[in-house]
Design a protein around this ligand. Structure first.
Ligand SMILES: C[S@@+](CC[C@H](N)C(=O)[O-])C[C@H]1O[C@@H](n2cnc3c(N)ncnc32)[C@H](O)[C@@H]1O
Length: 311
């Protein structure tokens, strides 16, 4: 992870290489991410708001906990793929004595004002980290599965471990983007299942979408101890019986339906050569499935933590 790894052509400054955007179908995308196949979702104001709201939903699902490992007084924290910087800003505000660094390939969605103990950097997490070893109490990585290349995951986790202090922690959060049904009633004839299948097919060559389920194993393989990995069912509409879960489901439903087009339009059009009208019809039908309480749809949210041994 270093600016020296970026190929600059003669006409572009480093800044414009990262900041250059392109309008497609009324949404703004980062040119670099599209060119390098690093990302395929917009980086505009709508996406920033969506990420902020997603953070609120996750915080509700996590009972307002930002950090899961037992870290008393963190001095240095790294956030990989900060997005709209919602998590990393809250962490920096909660721990004003802590130096917090966020890294993202896209600088477009960060807020205009950030806490004074937070530094946001632009870089590609697929490149080897250039941070010094043993410097962070916590390395946090959340919802970057579609941005990390398939064959990078093991070295990505090793890099995160290397820069963590002995005794420090990794906290990884990822979801399995293929929506599940709690009662198994979603079949191949449902548009939501079809859309999930196409999404996976478009990414299968370059991404490991099943990484969320393997995070615990990969952390152990990277030498971490006290590894704890859990799956939380994030309801995708108001089907659950408890009020708390129903509220999360209803919030998630609105956000998921809103984000569906942004997640799929560019990807299915460019990677699978599907026509836009065909994609729009499928997305509209998938939205109807997301409203179907009888399907009991949910997204598997995987949280894994692990500690770097003291020696
Ligand atoms: C879905 S957002 C999640 C943002 C934030 N972690 C959160 O939970 O709200 C994914 C973010 O990771 C960034 N990202 C994805 N792949 C990346 C890569 N290879 N290098 C740096 N940032 C990356 C994207 O630019 C985007 O801002």
């Amino acid at each position: 992870m270093s600016s020296s790894t970026i190929d600059l052509d003669d006409t572009k400054s480093l800044d414009s290489l990262y900041t250059e955007t392109i309008n497609i179908g009324g949404r703004v995308y980062q040119q670099l991410a599209l060119d390098r196949g690093l990302g395929f979702t917009p980086i505009d104001e709508d996406e920033r708001e969506r990420l902020d709201q997603q953070h609120m939903i996750l915080q509700k699902a996590f009972d307002q906990r930002l950090i899961f490992p037992p870290i008393e007084n963190p001095q240095n924290i790294l956030d990989c793929g900060y997005g709209s910087a919602a998590w990393v800003c809250e962490v920096a505000e909660r721990y004003p004595q802590c130096e917090v660094i966020g890294v993202d390939i896209s600088p477009h969605m960060k807020p205009d004002e950030i806490p004074p103990n937070l530094w946001l950097q632009v870089d590609d997490l697929n490149e080897p980290f250039t941070f010094a070893s043993n410097q962070f109490d916590l390395v946090h990585s959340q919802l970057v599965v579609t941005g990390i290349k398939k064959d990078r995951w093991r070295s990505y986790i090793r890099d995160c471990v290397r820069v963590t202090k002995p005794g420090g922690w990794l906290q990884f959060v990822e979801w399995y983007t293929n929506v599940q049904s709690d009662n198994g009633s979603m079949g191949d004839d449902h548009a939501l299942r079809q859309l999930s299948g196409l999404y996976l097919r478009a990414l299968d060559d370059t991404r490991d979408i099943r990484v969320p389920m393997k995070l615990g194993t990969m952390m152990r393989e990277a030498g971490l101890v006290e590894v704890d990995s859990q799956m939380i069912q994030l309801p995708a509409n108001g089907w659950p019986s408890t009020e708390r879960e129903r509220e999360i489901g209803n919030m998630n439903n609105v956000l998921y339906k809103e984000g569906l087009g942004a997640q799929c339009n560019y990807l299915l059009h460019e990677y699978l050569n599907m026509d836009m009208p065909e994609i729009h019809v499928l997305v509209a039908k998938a939205r109807q499935d997301l409203d179907n309480l009888a399907l009991k749809p949910y997204i598997g949210l995987y949280v894994a933590i692990g500690r770097k041994p003291n020696s």
